[in-house]
Design a protein around this ligand. Structure first.
Ligand code: ZN
Ligand code: ZN
Length: 306
């Protein structure tokens, strides 16, 4: 598949599921709950393989085309952030091996948030590696139930995945250290109650860059924030999360969706020798947060008019 085709696929992946039936609205003015068939098609489109790549320093992309998995390598073993869907675990395994690493050297499995497309592969990946699963307390609960009772209005058959047990719970500001690498957990609830943003430093061309692996902050389509909140406190959580993310030092940012951080476009620029690395993009980070805040405020306003 050419780079242009890959970029086009990423763009398709970015369409929020609600756009599938954007013309219809629920009585509250919110988009209707996503349909099973449309959601399944979207999820399936994210599962295609894409060549694994080194992104910057010791950070590698080993995910599927639409869903990120990051391998952070160290001399003492590796850290895997997000395992994709249960079905894409073999693809991640192949990606790790193609880059010359061993899945058996993965010591920690981390997650951005406990939805089927990001932690659905945790149980299978743990069986393959024997690695410790690390999670926030709230996402550990969702993980233990295999996503079954998430507040999201997505069809349960799509949101459920093989349950997994967290071996280690991280609280705000706690870190995971391995082989000279430290990943710090920042609790950023909203998209799920336990959504977690991870930060680390990376060495890039003799410069230390501050990296943010942000968790999703999109409002799950058809979720009411105020009128009928299935997640009481969601408004306060989103406000606090947005403020926290805006204050994080960030040179490089990655997201649970490869398309969201324009991975293919930035890789193409990297291959052309662009310096500094195109992944150094603090302006893009602030733009993403501003857009997320706008979406949040727009929905609050919409619900206030009801
Ligand atoms: Zn999600
Ligand atoms: Zn997702």
């Amino acid at each position: 598949m050419s780079s242009a085709e890959l970029i086009r696929l990423f763009v398709v992946c970015l369409l929020p599921p609600a756009t599938v039936r954007a013309a219809e609205t629920s009585p509250a003015g919110l988009p209707p709950p996503p349909e099973f068939a449309a959601s399944k098609r979207l999820f399936d489109s994210w599962k295609a393989p894409v060549p694994p790549r080194r992104l910057v320093g010791n950070i590698h992309y080993v995910g599927a085309i639409g869903i990120s998995s990051f391998l952070i390598t160290t001399p003492a073993g590796h850290i895997l952030l997000d395992t994709g869907f249960d079905e894409t675990v073999p693809l991640i395994q192949r990606g790790v091996e193609q880059l010359g690493f061993k899945v058996g050297d993965i010591k920690f499995i981390l997650g951005s948030h406990a939805h089927a497309d990001h932690t659905g592969g945790h149980a299978a990946m743990q069986r393959l590696t024997g690695a410790q699963i690390v999670s926030s307390a709230a996402d550990a609960q969702l993980l233990a139930r295999g996503g079954a009772d998430d507040y999201s209005p997505y069809p349960k058959e799509l949101m459920s995945y093989p349950p997994a047990k967290a071996d280690r719970i991280v609280r705000e500001g706690e870190a995971i250290s391995l082989g000279g690498v430290t990943l710090t957990a920042h609790l950023t609830p909203g998209h799920t109650r336990g959504a977690t943003t991870w930060t680390m430093d990376v060495s890039d061309a003799a410069t230390t860059r501050r990296v943010v692996f942000f968790s999703s902050i999109s409002i799950v389509p058809s979720t009411s924030l105020v009128l009928r909140p299935a997640y009481p406190g969601i408004v306060d959580d989103y406000r606090a999360t947005l403020a926290k993310l805006k204050a994080l030092p960030c040179d490089i940012w990655f997201s649970p969706l490869g398309g969201q951080f324009a991975m293919m476009e930035k890789l193409a620029r990297l291959e052309r020798g662009e310096q500094p690395s195109p992944f150094v993009d603090p302006a893009g980070w602030q733009k993403l947060l501003a857009a997320a805040e706008q979406d949040f405020l727009r929905q609050l306003e919409l619900e206030a008019r009801r």
